[in-house]
Design a protein around this ligand. Structure first.
Ligand code: SF4
Length: 265
């Protein structure tokens, strides 16, 4: 059933060219992969992370409709700032809901010698066809991935995001198997992810992967709460405060952040 559904999915086009639904762009991204990067935030996400600070990216098939040539045209003027490490990052929302667009864009980027980075939570990952073959092709033109692991425990992952994490960890395994560089990121949220047991478990899990260049602890913040109020969506973490510096340091220790220095090379 699922496979049929994947086949039936129609790739959106305009005048025969693939289009992507873009939420916004950022010209000088400094935290979205190596170096300075042009970041394209795509529209659409299946997950509903309770801490998401961009609920305005959730809705699918809305936003600016752009071709890959249009993206390259607006990104290229910033190339002089990218240096040896920087380039273009596709983020979201969830970029892997628009893999055909990502594949075409990154294929063009590689022809132009542009470094490519995908920022994903992995939720759409499946080894079913034709999705998996498309993903494998996408990996051939992707230099690095930023992978957000929202929770190491699948039941807790579902409570926090609406989805279980088995396929996300399977994606991490696949990326390790093909030796694709990744930076792992984890949002530290009091009462949700900030427990020594889970952090230890996540730290041990990350150790089993062979391709991790960097591990980052992202302290939960409340900067996106106003969007929920504006959009009339209930914000479930209303009384949760950002974690203390001590807890952030503790998480960094349990995730062995210092052991992952590959990104410096
Ligand atoms: S995966 Fe990202 S965009 Fe989607 S709900 Fe979670 S934090 Fe928001």
């Amino acid at each position: 059933m699922f496979e049929q559904k994947m086949h039936a999915r129609k790739v959106p086009t305009r005048d025969g060219e693939i289009i992507g639904y873009v939420h916004s762009t950022e010209s000088f991204g400094a935290v979205d992969g190596p170096g300075i990067r042009f970041v394209v935030f795509m529209q659409g996400c299946n997950m509903r992370c309770k801490f998401c600070h961009n609920p305005d990216t959730w809705k699918k098939n809305v936003g600016s409709e752009m071709t890959t040539d249009e993206i390259i045209e607006i990104a290229l003027p910033y190339r002089q700032f990218w240096g040896k490490k920087g380039g273009i990052t596709l983020s979201g929302g969830e970029i892997m809901l628009q893999t055909e667009f990502a594949l075409e864009l990154f294929t063009k980027c590689k022809k132009l010698g542009i470094n490519t980075c995908l920022d994903t939570c992995g939720q759409p990952f499946t080894r079913r066809q034709p999705w998996f073959d498309n993903f494998k092709k996408l990996m051939e033109v992707t230099d690095i991935l930023l992978v957000d692991i929202k929770h190491i425990n699948s039941d807790e992952h579902r409570k926090l995001t609406g989805y279980r994490n088995e396929n996300i960890l399977d994606m991490c395994q696949f990326l390790s198997d093909i030796d694709k560089p990744v930076w792992i990121r984890h949002v530290l949220i009091p009462e949700h992810t900030d427990f020594d047991g889970y952090l230890r478990q996540l730290g041990e899990y990350i150790k089993t992967l062979h391709n991790v260049q960097k591990v980052e602890v992202l302290p939960y913040h409340t900067m996106g709460v106003h969007k929920y109020h504006e959009m009339g969506i209930k914000y479930d973490l209303e009384r949760i405060e950002p974690p203390s510096t001590t807890r952030v340091k503790n998480a960094e220790k349990l995730l062995h952040v210092k052991d992952y220095q590959g990104y410096l090379g």
